[in-house]
Design a protein. Structure first.
Length: 182
């Protein structure tokens, strides 16, 4: 058996072999890393959306008026979800200072989706999403508002709103305590 001496280094062959192994490992891990980063960005937007929907319900109770959530695409092609007093005609373009807006920057390439009656994921159409009753906190209907990235259309994360006013985070993957969106 040969023992290493303190002044000996590594051979060129050992160096090339080590660099090759590191390269092979990096080749397989980079796509998984990109997917992980993409899922993290979508989850982050969905968590902000979840908090925005909860804020709308809180605003309805606090102000003692029905507050509705609406969806539209503004002139800069940004997806916007806003809240307003039920029956008002505020839009994302003509934002009042009374109620906030949640804008998805179009440079991030997000799509806003929902689930249709057949269980399929479809683009969300512009208009009123739900309205929250100030007395009971109930919503006018059940709705799922989902976020996905154009680079990974199979992964969605978002918010599930029930007609009794419960608001849940959801995802296409069951992790982190989220229920399934689809």
């Amino acid at each position: 058996m040969k023992y290493w001496k303190m002044n000996q280094g590594i051979t060129l062959l050992e160096l090339i072999l080590s660099i090759s192994i590191i390269g092979i490992i990096a080749t397989f891990s980079v796509p998984n890393f990109n997917t992980m980063v993409n899922h993290s960005k979508v989850n982050s937007e969905a968590e902000q959306l979840f908090e925005f929907v909860r804020l709308a319900k809180t605003e309805a109770v606090k102000r003692n008026v029905s507050v509705e959530l609406f969806y539209e695409i503004d002139s800069n092609n940004n997806h916007c979800i806003g809240m307003r007093k039920q029956g008002d005609s505020d839009s994302c373009e003509l934002a009042s200072s009374d109620y906030p807006r949640f804008i998805f920057d179009n440079s991030h390439h997000y799509n806003i989706k929902t689930v249709n009656a057949g269980g399929g994921v479809v683009n969300l159409s512009e208009g009123i999403l739900v309205a929250f009753n100030p007395t009971t906190g109930k919503s006018t209907n059940s709705r799922r508002v989902l976020v996905n990235s154009t680079s990974d259309p199979n992964f969605v994360s978002g918010v599930r709103i029930t007609d009794v006013g419960f608001i849940f985070p959801c995802s296409s993957l069951t992790h982190g305590g989220k229920s399934l969106c689809v």
